[in-house]
Design a protein around this ligand. Structure first.
Ligand code: ZN
Ligand code: ZN
Length: 397
């Protein structure tokens, strides 16, 4: 069966292993990103509340990215002081200020916190109407790739998205030991793994390569500044180390997890299938998904078969036990009879001892008190009188 050949194929197993690793990496990074994202949002909002007049009115749900007027103004025609390409400040004619005096300032903060030069927030991933209340909506502007618009929390953002936020958001840099702006740094390297794994033309990976991926993911989660002290990150490290064990086997859960990730990847890609290259890539990914789904169906079938077999064994054992119980019952009855018999005997002995063996000391004149028969019994003397010839007697005791 194709399915079994595939499972025995070590390279395919290594590929699944690496895919699962990405899931653990995301699990390990999500609480950290959530935490720092909230701190950043707090800082932005506090600063706005302390510095802006008139007093900002939070929340604001009235602004759109296409029409929002930033707080900063252009230096001259087409020149943004914050150096953002195609900045809203450069097209003032169709822009209007935030009616609650908050969104324009958040827009400025995002550009100022963006690490790339020139700053390039990815506005399409984010919903401006939630900026004043949802930290992750602000953070998503730092994900420099499409497909995250409907990801409303760190939990449903994949590891690529989380790593984009860490790398592109200056606010995060002080919480990371690694120099994430340096060339070929570990975080940049690991950020490419998801694409390398899911967009590779084969679903195969050398074991040595898979282990390098996992080791790098572990190294990211052990970043010496804060991540190394984060329980979730360290939990993920344990899981990744577990994955590296030689006896890794693919379970239905593993396959389901991989399928979930590929499905996610496909949803993301749907947003940028305009150009031909990504269309091909998308088709490839879709084929992978179909192939995996087919395998999973076979795996499920196999499990159902095993389960049916197990059920049969259990039923057989149940019947065996029933039979044993039935066979057991005459013995059980005999035992109960013996017990009752012995109880009856004990009762009789008790009755005999207390009521029969005690008698009055003088039987003709019954006493008030009774005594044990054995205490007052005196063995009687019996004499036999034997008559001999002519009336002579001989006594014999
Ligand atoms: Zn500008
Ligand atoms: Zn607004």
């Amino acid at each position: 069966m194709a399915h079994e050949i595939h499972l025995k194929n070590n390279k395919y197993r290594q590929w699944v292993k690496a895919g699962l690793g990405l899931g653990y990496l995301k699990e390990g990074l999500a609480p950290f990103c959530d935490d720092i994202g909230r701190q950043q949002h707090n800082d932005i909002i506090n600063k706005i509340q302390q510095t802006k007049t008139p007093q900002p009115n939070i929340p604001c749900g009235a602004c759109q990215i296409t029409t929002l007027q930033p707080d900063h103004v252009r230096v001259s025609k087409g020149i943004c002081p914050l150096k953002q390409d195609k900045c809203n400040c450069c097209f003032p004619s169709n822009k209007r200020p935030c009616p609650n005096n908050v969104c324009g300032a958040i827009y400025d903060s995002i550009i100022q916190d963006h690490a790339s030069m020139p700053p390039a927030p990815f506005w399409k991933n984010s919903d401006v109407q939630q900026w004043s209340t949802e930290p992750w909506e602000v953070c998503k502007c730092f994900i420099n790739a499409p497909g995250y618009k409907d990801k409303t929390s760190t939990d449903d953002t994949d590891c690529t998205g989380l790593l984009h936020v860490i790398i592109n958001n200056k606010y995060f840099h002080s919480h990371i030991g690694c120099n994430v702006t340096g060339p070929n740094n570990l975080f940049l390297k690991v950020r490419q793994y998801r694409n390398m794994i899911f967009h590779s033309s084969s679903m195969e990976l050398e074991e040595s390569e898979a282990n390098i991926y996992l080791d790098d993911m572990i190294a990211v989660l052990q970043d010496n500044k804060e991540l190394v002290h984060q329980p979730a990150a360290q939990q993920a490290v344990l899981k990744l180390q577990d994955l590296k064990q030689k006896d890794f086997v693919i379970t239905t859960e593993c396959s389901e997890e991989i399928l979930k990730q590929i499905k996610d990847e496909m949803t993301k890609m749907r947003e940028f299938t305009e150009n031909a290259a990504t269309k091909v890539e998308y088709e490839e990914l879709k084929n992978k998904f179909i192939e995996l789904e087919r395998q999973l169906a076979q795996e499920r079938e196999e499990q159902t078969r095993k389960y049916t077999e197990l059920e049969a064994v259990i039923t057989e054992q149940k019947q065996e036990m029933k039979k044993l119980k039935v066979e057991d019952s005459p013995q059980q009855k005999q035992l109960q009879y013996e017990k009752a018999k012995s109880g009856c005997r004990t009762q009789l002995i008790e009755h005999y001892r207390s009521d029969i063996l005690k008698v009055s000391a003088i039987p003709l004149q019954p006493d008030e008190e009774n005594y044990y028969f054995s205490d007052i019994y005196i063995r009687p003397t019996i004499t036999n009188k034997i008559e001999k010839n002519r009336g002579s007697l001989r006594k014999k005791k």
